[in-house]
Design a binder for this molecule. Structure first.
Ligand code: FE2
Ligand code: FE2
Length: 177
């Protein structure tokens, strides 16, 4: 009998994206204030990884889970949404409003990384656990395919572009404040 191809699994994909982000934050935290170019480049990669991930969770994954979740599950999802929102509207604009060659940037980037690590760890231990209970392996595989297709699609690119624009407006607002 031929070995079965391992099933795709959205939770494995999302978890590996969390790990990629954690690794990028480790790198950015290791930089000195002189590493302006490296910091800017790493921040770009963090944003590029984070925006599609968060947007898809918010628009597709969390709503699908919430439909099947009990009260405690709904509470965990409400926490996750709020953590996304706090990062997007407070933490990220703060990082982007600081010049990359300053201690202010280093401090803000550290908080950014801590928030992401906290959120990702909690998501892995509660939200993903819930998803494993509420979705069948076939459904988790379908989500994985849909996520990949969405990332490559025009609507995915548009959604992420709109998020970026929102971020720019928030950052500008912060710089003026
Ligand atoms: Fe999330
Ligand atoms: Fe996530």
């Amino acid at each position: 009998m031929a070995t079965a191809t391992p099933k795709r699994d959205i939770l494995r994909t999302l978890r590996s994206e969390h790990d990629e982000l954690r690794a990028l934050f480790d790198q950015i935290n290791d930089t000195t204030d002189r590493a302006k170019k490296t910091r800017t480049e790493l921040l770009g990669r963090i944003e590029g990884g984070l925006l599609p991930h968060a947007k898809w969770e918010e628009d597709v994954f969390y709503p699908a889970l919430r439909e099947r979740a009990d009260r405690d599950g709904k509470k965990a999802i409400a926490e996750a949404y709020l953590e996304h929102h706090a990062v997007e509207s407070v933490v990220m604009p703060e990082v982007k409003a600081s010049a990359a060659d300053t201690p202010e940037f280093a401090g803000a980037a550290k908080v950014f990384g801590e928030q992401i690590d906290h959120h990702a760890s909690e998501e892995e231990s509660t939200v993903f656990k819930l998803a494993r209970e509420l979705f069948t392996p076939a459904e988790l595989a379908e989500f994985d395919e849909a996520y990949e297709a969405w990332k490559d699609s025009a609507s995915g690119t548009l959604a992420v572009g709109a998020e970026k624009l929102k971020g720019t407006v928030k950052t500008a607002g912060r710089a003026l404040a």
